[in-house]
Each structure stands twice: as C-alpha cells, then as structure tokens.
Design a binder for this molecule. Structure first.
Ligand code: ATP
Length: 203
C-alpha cells in the first residue's frame, strides 16, 4: 500500500453543472477511493468551437455553488486561465507537475470515453492518468475497439457503478430557453443563479 494521494480530475464545460455530474463525481470518488475530486472547467473546448459557451465567470460561479458543501470536492481554474484551446493531454501535464506525487484519475462519462480516440494524443492522456468512467444513458462503448485505437489505455480504465442519469447540459439550456422547469436537475442554488443572471434565455 502506498500513501500517495489519489486525486480525480473531472474536466468539463459545466454549462451548467448538473446533478448528473455531481452523482457521477461522488460515485467515482467512492468507487476509486479518491481523496478528492477536482472539477476543472474547460476554457475553450476544442471539440465545441462553434457553440456559444457561457462566460467563464458564470460557469465558475455555478460550480462554486454546486460543490461548496462537499469538502472532498474542489475547483481548479488552470484551464480557464490558459490562453487558446484547451487540450486534456496538456492540462494533465500541468496538473501532474503541480500535484506530484499524487496518483491521478481523469474522470469522465461514458460518452467521453467513446470519443476519446478523437481527442488530441489519447495515449498521452492514458499515460498521465488512469481513466475513471461513469456510465451514461444511451452510450455503450465497445471496449476492445477502443483499446485497439488507444492501446496505452489497456488496464488503465476503471468503470464505476453509478445510477444512469439522463441529464445533459445541452438539454438544460434548451429547457430554460423553452421556459420549462429544471428543478432538481441542478442544485437549487445553481437554478437560482441561472434565473437571476438570465442565463440560457434566448436573446
Ligand atoms: P453538453 O450537453 O453541453 O455536452 P454535458 O452535460 O455532457 O454537456 P460536460 O460539461 O460536457 O456536460 O461534461 C463533462 C463530463 O461529465 C463529461 O465527461 C461527461 O461525459 C460527463 N457527464 C455529463 N453528464 C453526465 C451524466 N448525466 N452522467 C454521467 N456523466 C456525465
């Protein structure tokens, strides 16, 4: 047994953070015996260049409201502070240096695991962190073809049991703009923030 800290890195756009993220993070933390989970909001996600993303300060404020009650959850703004497109492989390099000698897990939903081969240097990602995965409704990854595409992920993917939560940020934004409720899909403080700032309302 080593006493290295075990840290989960949960990257995402978090526009907005919702209970699907929070439940997945809590189950990944428990399932992988992580000491803490760092939520790392993405600056400008390379795979979402066309989509208008809420300003950094809004996404950060919502994250703070959502995680502040959990001492094992924290936020890292490395990616927001960087200029240019944010690639996970670069982010992990920076965090690995900073958090050394901790052991890192990059946490994701199953849809992100499915897309991993299209990310920049997926083998580099797998070298720098183990990959902790929570299931996501409607996604069924073929692990053997994934490992053919990303051979260095072999033996480094940890699937964790978690309830399937059919909530996505895309759907939440659509619901707000259509005047539909989002109650209980995001923490109540986050819902209040979205209403007060008029986020996701079609201008
Ligand atoms: P969008 O709909 O805008 O793409 P999203 O809801 O997928 O957003 P992101 O911020 O893009 O949220 O996701 C960050 C990470 O959280 C990704 O790894 C994604 O797979 C995971 N995730 C998001 N929603 C869920 C969910 N309901 N269950 C499990 N994992 C999730």
């Amino acid at each position: 047994m080593t006493d290295r800290q075990r840290i989960g890195i949960f990257g995402g756009t978090f526009d907005p953070i919702h209970v699907g993220h929070l439940i997945a993070a809590a189950d990944l933390q428990a399932g992988l015996s992580l000491d803490m989970v760092l939520f790392v909001p993405a600056g400008r996600p390379p795979h979402k260049p066309e989509q208008a993303i809420s300003e950094n300060h809004h996404r950060l404020a919502m994250l703070e409201l959502a995680v502040s009650g959990n001492p094992a959850f924290a936020i890292d703004t490395t990616d927001l502070d960087r200029v240019g497109p944010s690639f996970t492989v670069d982010l992990l390099g920076v965090l690995q240096q900073r958090l050394r000698p901790a052991e890192l897990w990059f946490l994701m939903g199953e849809d992100s695991l499915r897309d991993l081969p299209s990310w920049r240097d997926p083998n580099g990602i797998a070298r720098q962190a183990r990959i902790g995965v929570a299931r996501r409704p409607g996604v069924d990854v073929n692990l053997s073809s994934l490992l053919d595409a990303v051979p260095e992920a072999r033996g480094r993917i940890d699937l964790v049991e978690s309830p399937l939560i059919g909530i996505s940020a895309t759907d939440l934004r659509r619901r707000v703009s259509a005047g539909l409720p989002i109650s209980y899909q995001v923490p109540i403080e986050v819902e209040r923030y979205i209403r007060e700032c008029g986020l996701y309302v079609r201008k």
